[in-house]
Design a protein around this ligand. Structure first.
Ligand code: SF4
Length: 334
């Protein structure tokens, strides 16, 4: 196993997000990610970085890059697992020929599955066949298809080989196969290539409605040597706020229509959208209070005071700051 080659492929896989807070340790070749509420150390890699597609933001486009075989990827996973560095894997691939590239992901995935990984995520590449999507859902805990952007016109500007229709078809297949087998399904959008927050969150809401488990937001980072190298990197603040708005859609039952009340010219406010929404409302449910997650909401609804909740070890700093503006007993907890 050529460690340098694997290290390069692992590092080139960084543009695919496994969790919004996933951290990469290049020395151990691992990503620390989350599967549900559990932390998982992942071996996250491409099999090859040679791509015949032309996505304008990607350093692998038209590139004769580094190549490994599915066996080499499997051996690297086995080695890292035996050393105790990783327990799961996330396998993706650049595209030489779509079906061949997907086949390599499946081959590596099938070998890794035999090692009982705690988590296995397989990427569905554009152009994968229906049968390959089905096999991926049989092997993996999670499969994913990257939507890339909510806008069809932006999609056509940034990629000419892969098409939005192609991606959406795999997304529909993937979702269907994942649901049948109780697997989870995720996707990713690039943030900062001309789309608005409104476009992103409108699509995110639709995706959650049809059963997508997670939508990840990847702030655009210009890559040297690509046609988009001179574009500005997206601000972290925007990505953080999109994740906050996403949590409101996904976890707190807000609708896109409600979020839209906070937009200015199609963009979220600079502040936490939950705070902006809470300040607009006369009556708030516990879950709608900034700083209140599901657990604290339950405690508030059961009659515990903030002081008691704090004594239980929860941070109530954000809640207290908000309560300074509006007294808690004014809020309905129904
Ligand atoms: S398909 Fe596009 S994004 Fe994926 S590796 Fe190839 S050029 Fe990059």
């Amino acid at each position: 196993m050529e460690l340098e080659k694997i290290r390069k492929l692992v590092s080139l896989s960084k543009f695919d997000i496994c969790h919004e807070k996933c951290a990469f340790d290049p020395f151990k070749l691992i990503y620390v990610s989350k599967a549900g509420s559990k932390k998982v150390n992942l071996f996250k890699t491409l099999i090859t970085s040679s791509c015949s597609f032309d996505c304008r933001y990607c350093g692998n486009a038209w590139n004769k890059g580094v190549k490994a075989s599915p066996q080499e990827i499997y051996k690297a996973f086995k080695f890292l697992k035996e050393k105790g560095f990783v327990s799961g894997a996330f396998i993706s691939n650049a595209i030489s020929d779509p079906e061949k590239s997907m086949e390599e992901i499946l081959e590596a995935g099938e070998m890794i599955r035999k090692e009982n990984p705690s988590y296995l995520h397989l990427k569905i590449v554009p152009g994968a066949s229906r049968d390959q999507v089905k096999r991926a859902a049989e092997i993996a805990n999670r499969i994913s298809v990257n939507v890339e952007t909510p806008s069809k016109s932006i999609f056509n500007e940034i990629c000419s080989v892969k098409t939005k229709e192609d991606v959406l078809r795999r997304l529909r297949w993937g979702l269907k196969e994942a649901k049948k087998r109780g697997r989870s399904f995720s996707t990713q959008m690039i943030v900062g290539i001309g789309e608005s927050d409104e476009q992103i969150l409108k699509v995110a809401e639709k995706l959650y409605r049809v059963g997508v488990k997670r939508v990840y937001y990847s702030g655009f980072t210009p890559v040297k040597g690509t046609p988009m190298e001179n574009l500005k990197a997206e601000e972290k603040r925007r990505v953080v706020n999109l994740y906050r708005a996403d949590a409101l859609l996904r976890l707190y039952g807000y609708s896109f229509k409600e979020l839209k009340e906070t937009f200015t010219n199609g963009f979220l406010p600079k502040e936490d959208p939950k705070l902006v929404l809470a300040l607009k409302k006369k009556e708030l449910k516990a879950i709608e209070i900034p700083g209140v997650g599901k657990k604290i909401a339950k405690l508030l609804e059961s009659g515990y005071t903030l002081a008691e909740i704090k004594r239980m070890g929860y941070s109530v700093k954000r809640i207290s700051a908000f309560v300074n503006q509006r007294r808690l007993h004014e809020f309905s907890t129904e």
